[in-house]
Ligand binder design. Structure first.
Ligand SMILES: O=C(CCCl)NNC1=[NH+]CCN1
Length: 312
């Protein structure tokens, strides 16, 4: 089988949401290659916590005694219990998917009423369900796909797609360049030339986080840029035209247009940069600011997983 689903940006491309059918109800979830839990808002939460969200009303079978509790890199988190239900994404069906129903979520999820939860697409080794880890949607369906892969085409300020089971050559230029993936930490982790340390491809992270030295070198070419500790990153005048940022990954190079690196206004005519420091995280995060310049293939067709990057 193959399928494709729209990925619609929230304001300023803060995240990209896909429609997911769970037990016959449609939820709008953040497809997150940086985590491995599929969780949704549920009627088990206080009404005030789930106001404005589509909430799961246990259509599936409860997995008694199973719980989950997740924390994300941005400090947000959620927890709850577990059901098994039918999940459909872009026409691709998992008949018995672990659906993690929230009993509590952190404030940033409650306040984002466009988002009804997350569908994790990192490796199942970091799924948080206890006492028995559960499989991601991709792991549950990959054997049924024409090719064991999915591909992300996120776009700047407009809807993109996630393709399942096939590569759509109309969505990129040039060729796809593949690099090996280290799965030891459960992420789609790879090495990028000219960017020290390990990097992860993470659709669930908004910005592009790279080492201080690379960040400083980039903003040295932006006249009005400075590090603003009160904002927690580099800011600049919103009217400045920004340089492109190019990186070599394997035998290919990807260019992020400067326009994409103006993330959002933070106050008045001051804007927050899409490139920020990864110092202190432990690895670099190639989030949406980068991914929206690419067609990225999350590929398990070989004996070892690999990532493919092409210019979008
Ligand atoms: O948590 C991370 C970073 C992994 Cl190192 N990405 N995924 C995500 N989902 C919601 C916020 N961030």
């Amino acid at each position: 089988s193959t399928g494709s689903v729209s990925a619609s940006p929230e304001s300023y491309d803060e995240s990209y949401l896909i429609p997911v059918s769970i037990g016959g109800t449609t939820f709008h979830l953040d497809l997150d290659t940086g985590s491995s839990d599929l969780w949704v808002f549920s009627t088990q939460q206080p009404a005030s916590q789930r106001s404005g969200h589509t909430a799961y009303k246990q259509t599936g079978t409860k997995k008694s005694g199973y719980t989950w509790n997740i924390s994300y890199g941005d400090g947000s988190g959620a927890k709850g219990d577990v059901y098994v239900d039918k999940v459909v994404v872009g026409g691709v069906t998992a008949t018995s998917q672990a659906v993690e129903a929230a009993t509590s979520v952190s404030s940033s999820f409650t306040s984002d009423t466009d988002n009804d939860g997350l569908i994790g697409a990192a490796f199942s080794s970091i799924n948080t369900v206890s006492p028995q880890q559960q499989l991601t949607f991709f792991d549950n369906v990959k054997n049924s796909l024409s090719q064991k892969l999915f591909a992300a085409r996120l776009r700047y300020h407009t809807a993109g797609t996630y393709d399942y089971g096939y590569i759509d050559s109309s969505k990129y230029s040039g060729s796809i360049h593949y690099v090996p993936v280290n799965t030891a930490n459960g992420f789609w982790e790879f090495t990028a030339s000219g960017v020290s340390g390990s990097s992860i491809a993470d659709t669930g992270t908004t910005l592009l986080y790279i080492p201080d030295s690379n960040v400083d070198a980039y903003y040295a070419n932006v006249d009005s840029a400075s590090y603003d500790s009160s904002q927690g990153g580099y800011t600049f005048d919103c009217d400045e035209s920004l340089p492109d940022w190019t990186v070599t990954i394997g035998s290919g190079s990807i260019t992020v247009p400067g326009e994409y690196i103006n993330f959002a206004p933070v106050s008045g005519n001051t804007c927050f940069g899409g490139i920020q420091s990864s110092d202190g995280i432990g690895f670099n995060i190639f989030g949406d600011i980068f991914l929206k310049a690419t067609y990225t293939v999350f590929d398990q067709t070989q004996s070892s997983p690999r990532l493919g990057f092409a210019q979008g």
